[in-house]
Write a protein that binds this ligand. Structure first.
Ligand SMILES: [Zn+2]
Length: 346
C-alpha cells in the first residue's frame, strides 16, 4: 500500500459526508443482527455469531442476496427492534463522520409482519431525534416499495407515506429486484406520493438495462436514480441525465457483491464521471456487502484516480444531490471546504 493511499484513506475517514442510498435493514451491522437473531432465537435461520454471519452474507448472485436480506427483515418483529436498529445504524454513521443520511426504509415489511403502523413511525422518529441530539447525525427517510411484493405492497407503502408521513420523510422509492418487476406499474403510487410533496427516487438500471432508467424518469418522475449504472449503455440517456443534472446514487461494492459487475475495474463509475454526470458515492447495504461509506469513497478514489480535492468534490456532489434545505446544504458544503483547507495546510 502506497503512502498516498494511506493518506487518502485518512482524509476520507475524517471527511464530513452525506449518504443518499443506504437501506435501513441492510445497514444493520453484524453486532445488531446477532442481537436481533439472539432475541428471536429458534425462529430464524440467521446465525447469531458474527463469524458465521459473515459467511452467511457471502452472496452467489442477486437472487441469493434478496433471500438473505429478507431473512434479516424477518428479525424485525416489534417497535423496539425498529428503534434499536435505527439508532444502531446512526451510531455506525457517526463513526464514519456521516453528518446527513437519507435512509431508505421499507415500512411495508415491518407493518405486514404485525408491527402496528403508528408504533413503527414513532420508533423511527424517536431514533431520528436521538441520533441528531446525541450523535449529530441528521437522518431523513425514503419510504420504498419492495418491488418483489407486488401492487398490494405498493398501495400500502403509499398509504403509510401519505397518510402517516413521519416528520423525517422526504422521498418515495422503489427497491427489490428489477428483473420481472417493470417500473411503470408503480406509476399511480408515485403520483400520489409526489402529489403529497415527496421526492421520487426509484432504483433503476442496476440489474436491468437503460430502458428501466427511462421508465423511472418518464413514468415515475425520478429526481434521482438509485444505481443507474446501466445508463452507460445508452448515449442518449447519458446526455439526458447530464443535461437535466439528474444525480445517480452509485454503490460500487454493492454492484460487485450482487454480481452486476464481475470485477470492480469493470465498474462504469469513471465513464459516468467523465460524461459529466452528477455522481454520488453510497454504500447501499454496507455490512451485508462487507463495506461502509468510507470504503466506498476509497474505492471511488482509486477508480477515478482522485486526490483529496477530488474526493471532497464527490462529498459535495452528495450534498448538492440531497434533499436538504438550502441553508443545510450550504452548512455541510462549508464544513467540507473547511476540512479540505485544514488538510491542505497539513
Ligand atoms: Zn439500494
Amino acid at each position: 500500500m502506497s503512502e498516498g493511499k494511506n493518506g487518502i484513506e485518512a482524509f476520507i475517514a475524517g471527511l464530513p459526508k452525506a449518504e443518499l442510498h443506504v437501506h435501513h435493514v441492510g445497514s444493520a451491522s453484524p453486532r445488531v443482527v446477532a442481537e436481533l437473531a439472539a432475541r428471536h432465537r429458534g425462529q430464524s435461520k440467521v446465525p447469531t455469531d458474527p463469524a458465521a454471519l459473515a459467511e452467511y452474507f457471502t452472496f452467489t448472485d442477486f437472487a441469493h442476496f434478496i433471500e438473505v436480506y429478507l431473512s434479516v427483515v424477518d428479525l424485525i418483529r416489534d417497535a423496539e427492534d425498529v428503534r434499536a436498529l435505527t439508532y444502531g445504524v446512526a451510531e455506525d454513521m457517526a463513526r464514519q463522520q456521516i453528518r446527513y443520511a437519507e435512509l431508505t426504509i421499507t415500512p411495508y415489511s415491518s407493518v405486514s409482519r404485525g408491527i402496528p403502523d403508528v408504533a413503527f413511525m414513532e420508533a423511527i422518529e424517536d431514533a431520528r431525534k436521538s441520533a441528531e441530539k446525541d450523535l449529530g447525525v441528521v437522518l431523513r427517510w425514503c419510504f420504498d416499495i419492495p418491488g418483489e411484493a407486488g401492487l398490494a405492497a405498493a398501495e400500502e407503502t403509499a398509504r403509510l407515506a401519505v397518510d402517516l408521513a413521519p416528520e423525517g420523510l422526504v422521498s418515495f422509492g422503489l427497491g427489490g429486484p428489477e428483473i420481472g418487476v417493470p417500473r411503470p406499474q408503480f406509476k399511480p403510487y408515485f403520483d400520489r406520493a409526489r402529489a403529497a410533496g415527496l421526492h421520487s427516487v426509484p432504483h433503476a438500471g442496476e440489474s436491468t438495462g437503460p430502458e428501466t432508467v427511462w421508465d423511472a424518469l418518464r413514468v415515475l418522475g425520478a429526481e434521482r436514480i438509485g444505481h443507474g449504472t446501466q445508463s452507460v449503455k445508452d448515449p442518449s440517456l447519458m446526455d439526458w441525465l447530464g443535461e437535466h443534472r439528474i444525480p445517480l446514487e452509485v454503490c460500487p461494492t454493492s454492484n460487485l457483491a450482487t454480481r452486476v459487475v464481475e470485477r470492480i475495474e469493470e465498474h462504469p463509475l469513471k465513464q459516468m464521471v467523465d460524461a459529466g454526470l452528477l455522481v454520488t458515492i453510497n454504500s447501499d447495504d454496507p455490512p451485508m456487502f462487507g463495506t461502509d461509506l468510507n470504503t466506498e469513497y476509497a474505492v471511488a478514489a482509486r477508480l477515478l484516480d482522485l486526490d483529496e480535492t477530488g474526493v471532497a468534490g464527490l462529498a459535495k456532489n452528495a450534498v448538492e444531490a440531497s434533499f436538504l434545505d438550502t441553508p443545510g446544504k450550504a452548512r455541510l458544503a462549508a464544513e467540507i471546504d473547511t476540512y479540505l483547507a485544514g488538510w491542505d495546510k497539513g
